[in-house]
Design a protein around this ligand. Structure first.
Ligand code: F0G
Length: 464
């Protein structure tokens, strides 16, 4: 008898594990003390005191045996190393951009780009700037303007591409302030600060057309370009039969350049690049790279890092990997939604974002509800998440405070690191915290630096 083919419902981890890293269990009493010592700031905890670390998906992924084998045979020459040419070929193959400038991570690429093209009084529109991007834009005296569609600011509204730019507002902005003051238009794929939400190919095309009409360079913040490609494949008409790499190539074909943190969809623990077509800007950027990063054929990376990225960019585009990656995040999101917890809908690519304003209506925005929830997740389950709310975004350039547009807690999933039972445990921790939500207090900031304050601020809870 002919056997029937079998389509499993379970999407398994598409790898097996042959090197393991122990994680450490602590008690509630220990975690209370550890958090207090860390100034109630999870960034200041020691990683060994965290059971499951969802602080970030950046540089925290597991590399493949394929990447490690490339690393062993790397070329560490200062100039013109083989590893650089492999890295350059991979970036060119996927992005199509002529000039490939390696940097030690994404923010270094941002620094080089904005120092080269942005001036005081300029405005740089994006769907939503990530915090380091915003900081680099502002550091150069320019304004970072977020023009995401309205749905992108409504956590519970379902929309397939909530990372899209509002193109009418983009056009109005250019017409009202003049193209001379806009050195570049950006799009962040996926939109990290807005819930890891994707941007549609249609929207990328429309932004590109406006940029070309006004002769403004268009750059992509490409950190999670592979995850964005998967969303286009599964949600946008006409892309179901295309491979992720074909979709990625089409995305980049509409842009003039990109900044990239290879710590995300480069599947590496460190690295990044700036890639672009304009010869003149590329030359200026290379000069600055020599000053701040290193010679332009290593730019702050070891040869073995470039090997890891060269292989990782392709692994991030593997269909089996992307299917598992996006499904595993959605599975986590579904468990929370089923328990009545409000998360940014639909679930993003690299993370689940809990709506803390919704969960903790009694904590005032400037008493930081998302911060409070983040700390409770650590206390209850040893889980480290990150606040994307008023501690991260509330401080204005003039020193005043304003509540952030959303109060989110991001649970970012490192790539290829945790298994389904870890995710089941995580869901239990969040649900247990939700059940105890009325016991949570607001926080006040005791000390903080003037920029990017969330990384090192010290806080204290209000007494209940
Ligand atoms: N752009 C986006 C959209 C990012 O998410 C990040 C980093 C960067 C730029 C900067 O890259 O860290 O290599 O310098 N995001 C990390 C995160 C830190 O946790 O989301 P980097």
């Amino acid at each position: 008898m002919e056997l029937n083919d079998f389509t499993p419902n379970t999407i398994i981890e598409p790898f097996r594990i042959r090197s393991v890293e122990p994680i450490r269990f602590t008690s509630l009493e220990q975690r209370k003390e550890l958090l207090q010592q860390a100034g109630y700031n999870p960034f200041l905890l020691k990683a060994k005191d965290v059971l499951i670390d969802l602080l970030t998906d950046s540089g925290t992924g597991a590399m493949s045996s394929n990447q490690w084998s490339g690393m062993i045979s790397s070329d560490e020459s200062y100039a013109g190393s083989e590893s650089f040419y492999k890295f350059e070929a991979a970036v060119r193959d996927i992005t199509g951009f002529e000039h490939v400038i390696p940097t030690h991570q994404g923010r270094a690429a941002e620094n080089i780009l904005f120092t080269t093209i942005a001036r005081k009084g300029d405005v740089i529109p994006s769907n939503t700037h990530f915090d380091t991007t915003r900081a680099h834009v502002e550091h150069n005296g320019a304004e970072a303007l977020d023009l995401v569609i309205d749905e992108g600011r409504q956590p519970l509204t379902i929309h397939p591409f909530k990372g899209n730019m509002n193109v009418e507002k983009l056009r109005e902005t250019i017409e009202s302030i003049g193209r001379e003051r806009i050195p570049v238009i950006m799009l962040t794929l996926t939109n990290n600060s807005g819930g890891g939400q994707p941007v549609s190919m249609q929207n990328i095309k429309e932004v590109s057309e406006i940029a070309r009409e006004f002769d403004i360079p268009f750059f992509i913040d490409a950190c999670r370009f592979a995850e964005n490609s998967w969303f286009i494949k599964t949600r946008e008409d006409g892309y179901a039969d295309k491979s992720p790499i074909e979709i990625a190539r089409e995305i980049f074909s509409y842009a003039d350049g990109c900044t990239m943190s290879a710590k995300k969809d480069g599947m590496a623990n460190i690295g990044g690049f700036l890639a672009l077509n304009d010869d003149q800007i590329a030359q200026e950027c290379r000069s600055l790279t020599i000053l701040t990063e290193g010679f332009p054929t290593y730019g702050g990376m070891a040869g073995y890092d470039m090997e890891a990225v060269a292989a990782g960019l392709y692994e991030a585009l593997d269909e089996g990997y992307l299917r598992y990656r996006i499904r595993s995040t959605a599975y986590f999101g579904e468990k929370l939604t089923d328990a009545g917890i409000s998360i940014v809908q639909p679930t993003g690519g690299h993370a689940v974002y809990i709506d803390a304003r919704e969960m903790l209506p009694n904590i005032k925005p400037l008493e930081y509800p998302a911060w409070s929830l983040t700390n409770a997740l650590y206390l209850i389950g040893g889980v480290r998440a990150v606040e994307i709310g008023s501690v991260m975004f509330g401080l204005q350039p003039d020193g005043t405070e304003k509540p952030a547009a959303m109060e989110l807690v991001r649970l970012a999933i490192p790539r290829r690191v945790y298994t389904q039972s870890h995710i089941d445990y995580l869901a239990e921790v969040v649900i247990n915290t939700f059940e105890q939500r009325e016991k949570l207090n607001g926080y006040k900031i005791v000390s903080a630096p003037p920029v990017l304050r969330h990384f090192s601020a010290r806080l204290e809870p209000f007494e209940s």
